[in-house]
Design a protein around this ligand. Structure first.
Ligand SMILES: [Zn+2]
Length: 356
């Protein structure tokens, strides 16, 4: 999650849609066969595996994963080696899992920092029936590095939690595919860099998409899902959802239905309000997709005392909740990827894309 800088943040107010969540029956999906399979593969997403990844990924060795710096290079190497080991291919072919994000691009938006070349990490499971339709699951791989005293910002929650959730979700989809139950639509696992510098990795991806934006069905973006905020102390079974109803009523209804069926987490929409003073809707990578009218959901646990602090460490993560929230993302992705019809962006604005 990016810290807000108000001067730079008041850009276009995209959404003026009213929140009208009809309880439309979910239709079209192959429910009899999919329901059990979704549950079967979701159970491979475990607190233990998430913890095992996160204690490495958010360790001091990764030096806070500052964009373009050696710690961030170790982070992308970790992700690449995971996908290679699991046999999950890159959409770029061969062993090239990196979408280069050049320094020249990064420094156009961040003045005076001399950012170095960086990269997004991409992995892919091809759909069995509609391979050209892409479900994106995203999280940012970078964090904010070290402070002037050399203390490391480990970023276990921000966004180690989202990063390792994607690894486990990818593994679940791969297992399904290996057993002949691969998703009908394709899934792109997108680990973006430069989020903390201004959502730059996702900006680069959406300006240079590997698959056409018009074929991108949704972006389910995970940024901070491993902690509990002040409001929910003592009641950790919650997650804030932001954006789910802003472009597609159907996506919102699927998300609600999957949660009701499988995970039973309290879905808190406080920050989804159009007048939310925190403007969280504009502050993580999903927004770069929403700008192009791609329906999104942003999964977020809210801020806490260690947000962008040196105390955001792996030992403070609530792994049971991380598991539960990651499974919710998986179930939602599974349904969106497998239902007969592509979800409709019924609230999409007819904006001039060129001006965005
Ligand atoms: Zn952050």
């Amino acid at each position: 999650m990016r810290k807000i800088f108000y001067a730079a943040s008041f850009i276009a107010l995209l959404s003026c849609s009213t929140t009208q969540n009809t309880t439309k029956k979910l239709g079209g999906s192959n429910e009899n066969t999919n329901v059990d399979l979704s549950l079967k593969y979701a159970t491979t997403i475990t607190a233990k595996d998430l913890g095992s990844h996160l204690f490495t990924y958010a360790s001091d060795e990764y030096e806070g994963r500052d964009t373009g710096e050696p710690g961030q290079k170790k982070a992308v190497a970790y992700l690449k080696s995971f996908y290679m080991k699991e046999g999950i291919p890159s959409p770029l072919g061969g062993d090239d899992y990196y979408q280069e994000v050049p320094a020249s691009f990064l420094n156009r938006f961040v003045r005076g920092k001399g950012l170095k070349d960086s990269e997004n990490v991409v992995a892919f499971i091809k759909g069995t029936e509609k391979p050209d339709e892409i479900v994106v699951i995203s999280a940012h791989l970078d964090h904010i590095g070290k402070n002037s005293n050399g203390e490391i910002y480990n970023g276990a929650d921000d966004d180690g939690s989202g990063t390792v959730a994607i690894l486990e979700i990818a593994q679940a989809f791969k297992k399904a595919a290996d057993e002949g139950n691969g998703p009908k639509r394709s899934i792109l696992f997108l680990h973006v860099t430069g989020e903390e510098k201004g959502l730059l990795g996702s900006k680069y991806y959406t300006q240079n998409p590997i698959f056409p934006i018009a074929n991108t069905v949704t972006d389910l973006n995970i940024d901070m899902i491993g902690r509990v905020d002040e409001k929910h102390k003592g009641n950790p079974n919650y997650i804030y959802l932001i954006g789910s109803d802003k472009l597609s009523t159907e996506l919102h209804n699927i998300s609600e239905a999957m949660n009701k069926k499988y995970t039973n987490i309290e879905l808190d929409y406080e920050y989804n309000a159009d007048d939310d003073p925190n403007r969280f809707y504009y502050r993580s990578d999903h927004y770069n997709f929403a700008k192009y009218d791609v329906p999104v959901i942003f999964y977020f646990n809210g801020t806490h005392e260690d947000y962008h602090g040196i105390g955001d460490t792996a030992d403070k993560i609530n792994y049971e909740m991380l598991q539960s929230r990651a499974r919710l993302v998986f179930h939602t992705a599974w349904e969106v990827a497998n239902r007969t019809e592509r979800i409709v962006a019924d609230k999409a604005q007819k904006n001039d894309k060129a001006s965005k």
